[in-house]
Design a protein around this ligand. Sequence first.
Ligand SMILES: C[S@@+](CC[C@H](N)C(=O)[O-])C[C@H]1O[C@@H](n2cnc3c(N)ncnc32)[C@H](O)[C@@H]1O
Ligand SMILES: [Zn+2]
Length: 308
Amino acid sequence: MKKIADYDTYNYDYSTYWKKREYEHISEEILLKNLFAKLKGQWFLDIGGSFGRLTDSYYNNYSNPVIVDYSLKTLQKNSKDLKKRFPRIELIAANAYNLPFKERTFDGALMVRVLHHIDRPKDCLTQIYRILTPNGKYIQEYANKVHIKAVIRALIHFDLSIFNTTPYQQPDKHHYEGTKEGSKVLFLNYHPKYISDMFNKIGLRIDKKYGCSFLRSAFLKQTFKTEALLSIEKLLQKTLSWSNISPSIFLRATAIKEEQEIKSAKNILDICVCPVCKERLSFEGNSAKCDKCKTQYYKKEDIWDFRV
Ligand SMILES: C[S@@+](CC[C@H](N)C(=O)[O-])C[C@H]1O[C@@H](n2cnc3c(N)ncnc32)[C@H](O)[C@@H]1O
Ligand SMILES: [Zn+2]
């Protein structure tokens, strides 16, 4: 199985995934509206932000929002439309394991529905911690290994491995996200304790946990109207977020690090560094060269490609 979920291999159009998932989409929007209510700042990074499904939830809270995604094709395809809807948005193609940004830059960052494609979460989160400012806010969504349906299913099969904290690779059946039918893709569900231990070790203090998509079930979605499910969802987000029963969990965390004076940058090129060695880049037209390792990067159809 490939170690990076490269949506470009089969020209996967992620927006099609959302055609029949109105309940899940609005559930996430409701949760994020609440979560972002008191957050604001300058630079903001949506990691694996794709076609900007969630950009509405943070755009007005930050003066310099950036979407970073491994899928160059998705960014190229959606760039015009995104910039029309969100004129201040910047799009960068890069790998979440090797973020091409200066340390201590982002006042906020978000990762939704991406961690299941990341099999070295500690390496990836260490990078994210690096680019956050002291007290920067980080919002993490992950697929929950011990949601209520998974626990019931495991108990019926006397499978006690559900309770250990090892990440769980979903069976290939029905998980072609980012690829084509029949191809394997990383799709990991994480145990809440595994995630919280890792956050603590890295220096990301978890401030609050939220459950989401409590009613994700084909039967419920066929039987009840979306509006009815969403009314209950709102109530469950308020009352049951302490539990681990929902299939999706969101965390709001703070990057704990020593304060240092930071020069604030205004331009996206001022915050970009070489994704390999994190040294300065020299830009010339549509190309950039690392001052140290000399790796060359290019702007392709309006999008800088820093994928390594
Ligand atoms: C399931 S989509 C989620 C998109 C968006 N966050 C949302 O919730 O609508 C996963 C996205 O993560 C991106 N992705 C996967 N692995 C990545 C990596 N290592 N670095 C950057 N982006 C990655 C994919 O290209 C894809 O756009
Ligand atoms: Zn370099």
